[in-house]
Design a protein around this ligand. Structure first.
Ligand code: IPM
Ligand code: MG
Length: 358
């Protein structure tokens, strides 16, 4: 039997609850498709840090390096200094494993979930390819003369030719095989009119585009892209953008597809261990209350299945989520609209229902 080795890091806040539902779906799919998943669960996150002083130790990174994927719930806790655990764990994994693509689908399954007037599933179906290892996140900079009137705070936006080129090439390859219908299109989203360092993105985009004559290209500045994504989301197919803009644009995208309760992401380095997570945070106020939507984590499981080569299983999950949302069984993805485990039950029911009886 095929065996996949994955790491599970439920993390903080609602992480544990949503990951529990994601794993129920993973187990059901594994049984249907005839593979097994060997899971190592890691306790790291805020509680573990407060007890032991440890974030994510070197030994865990070494173990993860030998696995196919990591499923992460959420990281972040108000008891710990802002950004400390996020940097050590989320950014730590992204950097250590050089997960240069942050793949974030924005897909609407039911008009009822969309806050935009007169937009339906046919209008909202795009994928953001967010660069995931550079930009203002790289950590170059600091704070000097802290607390004085002469304080200086610097965060450099770093782009390397290699870093820009590989993520743009991934976006074109993805668009070429995505098959949304009509000619595939990649839109570059940047702010090269104000941030001239992003001229590197403009030039590399044109170079890589010339390798893909069947893929159309488009461009929007980030401010305008936010506007168009609300007004005309149907214009977008694949969007490629630097790290920080991708972070912002995908929260906007999450709302357009129904809320943070559905938006998932893959931190990917093709062919290497990669990390899959809901894009929402740890929402500490909902911890342990069985209120958070697990759909985003279930969608992260779908993306993980795709990454580990279980496409048929990934399709099963995608179809079950689609049916649960389009069929109206799940009315809202907001916290408290349904119980966390109730949503898991509904998705599992659709999984079984859709399964061929042989
Ligand atoms: C995300 C998150 C993270 C990011 C935070 C938690 C560091 O917002 O994955 O979108 O900005 O990348
Ligand atoms: Mg974010």
């Amino acid at each position: 039997m095929r065996t996949h080795r994955i790491a599970v890091l439920p993390g903080d806040g609602i992480g544990e609850e949503v990951v529990r539902e994601g794993l129920r779906v993973l187990d059901a799919v594994a049984e249907m498709e005839g593979f097994t998943v060997e899971r190592t669960v890691y306790p790291h996150g805020a509680d573990h840090y407060l007890e032991t002083g440890e974030t994510l130790p070197e030994s865990v990174f070494e173990e993860m390096a030998g696995m196919e994927a990591i499923l992460l719930g959420a990281i972040g806790d108000p008891r710990v200094e802002t950004g400390f655990l996020e940097r050590a764990i989320i950014w730590g994994v992204r950097q250590t494993f050089d997960l240069y693509v942050n793949l974030r689908p924005v897909k609407l399954y039911s008009e009822a979930l969309c806050p935009l007037k007169n937009k339906g599933p046919e209008d909202v179906d795009l994928v953001v390819v967010r660069e995931n290892t550079e930009d203002a996140y790289a950590g170059l900079g600091g704070i000097h003369r802290i607390g004085t009137p002469h304080e200086v705070a610097i965060a450099e936006m770093i782009y390397t030719r290699n870093g820009v080129e590989r993520v743009i090439r991934y976006a074109f390859q993805y668009a070429a095989k995505r098959n949304k219908g009509g000619a595939p299109k990649v839109t570059l989203v940047d702010k090269a009119n104000a941030i001239r360092a992003q001229d590197l993105w403009t030039r590399v985009f044109a170079e890589v585009a010339s390798e893909f004559p069947t893929v159309e290209t488009d461009h929007a500045y980030i401010d305008a892209a936010c506007m168009w994504m609300v007004k005309n989301p149907e214009w977008f197919d694949v969007v490629v953008t630097p790290n920080l803009f991708g972070d912002i644009l995908t929260d906007l995208g999450a709302m357009v597809q129904g809320g943070m309760g559905i938006a998932a992401s893959g931190n990917i380095h093709p062919g290497r261990v990669s990390m899959f997570e809901p894009i929402h945070g740890s929402a500490p106020k909902y911890r342990g209350q069985n209120k958070a939507s697990p759909i985003a984590t279930i969608e992260a499981v779908r993306m993980m299945l795709e990454h580990i080569g279980e496409s048929a299983g990934a399709d099963r999950v995608g179809n079950a989520v689609r049916d649960a949302l389009a069929g109206g069984r799940i009315k809202s993805l907001s916290a408290g609209a349904h119980a966390t485990d109730e949503v898991g039950d509904i998705v599992l029911a659709y999984l079984q229902e859709n399964a061929p009886t042989s």
